[in-house]
Design a protein around this ligand. Sequence first.
Ligand code: PLP
Length: 410
Amino acid sequence: MELIDNAYSIQGVKLVDICEQFGTPVYVYNAEKISSQLQRLQNAFSGQRVKIKYAAKALTNLNILKLLKKQGAGLDVVSIQEAYIGMKAGFLPEEILYTPNCVSFDEIKEAVELGLRINIDNISILEQFGATYHDSVPCCVRVNPHILAGGNLKISTGHIDSKFGISILQLRHLQRVIKTYNIKVTGLHMHTGSDILDSEVFLKGAEVIFDLAREFKDLEFIDFGSGFKVAYREGDVTTNIEELGEKLGNAFGDFCKSYGRDIELWFEPGKFLVSESGFLLVKTNVIKTTPATVFVGVDSGMNHLLRPMMYDAYHDIFNVSNPKGTTRVYSIVGYICETDTFGWDRKLNEVKEGDILAIKNAGAYGFSMTSNYNSRFRPAEVLVINGEAKLIRKRENMEDLLKNQVEIDI
Ligand SMILES: *Cc1c(COP(=O)(O)O)cnc(C)c1O
């Protein structure tokens, strides 16, 4: 995001022009930012045989997937539908790790038939898997190392109350099942949640996994999941990827030596790759002064960006239309008939009705968590690539809203 000639722009394309051309609300993504984030991660771990599996659920637009595929990423999916979308974007089945939670065994069988890599996070499923495939289909096992990551319990998955993964405390049981069914385990996986600041947390998790890994003889990879923290506010401390690359890279190198074989080091970031690339551009419908605050009511809401309401996530907001105006304090709210506040008490350059606001960090879990609540259309999506703004998803229309409704005689 640059401010050129008093206008915010991405790769020289002005945000106001994007709104003019495609209307609001609109999601805009910067392809360069996505590529540079991927490269940063690949560089940080270049000493190892590293593979980055993009967590598709963060943002599933085909063009984003194609971009990441072109730059050498694989894919991590949590549903069979995400796998189909990934394959449509050009990923080979063997480049896709399927990491479901609490899905039916039928869906897992479908994933096996597609040729995806299977990640299992439940002993009961592992038993069914073993009884069905024995050693004919390899699998990866998701373990829960019980390390508390990040400050937000809703996005932590490694703690004792989490539904994710097979507890390391169940190792004996896990081994019994693997031995009894002769299951071929080629990968170990942990994903302790989002917003891990400290590389020490990864290292602690790594130690637990390395200890565990010595019990498995056929490993081809260890997947350390994700959880890289990105900046949400100016001055936010973020995961130091380069430091992590050095420390975890070294630890992994040592592990491989003691294991007797070089295996692959995997990560599956979502947020890190796409969060900062994205902006939700909205238009100010009304300014409403109440005894308590000045509300800025915009043409979007929790139907388009749920994170502030669901996770109390902080998303920076700025006035695209008036970059140099006097700053004043506003509360920015949506147009949905719910309390859908994007931000309380934000300092924005003076806002007038009609002004375009940009909500930052909207690349990850933005569009992918949209809904049609209040019968509103989902926004359009635009990708800025090679200095050009390209429409990558049309705004919905009335037909889209009604297409699955079946009218009966009443
Ligand atoms: C959601 C998810 C990720 C991505 O998490 P981010 O915080 O977006 O990087 C990775 N792995 C699994 C299994 C997930 O469910």
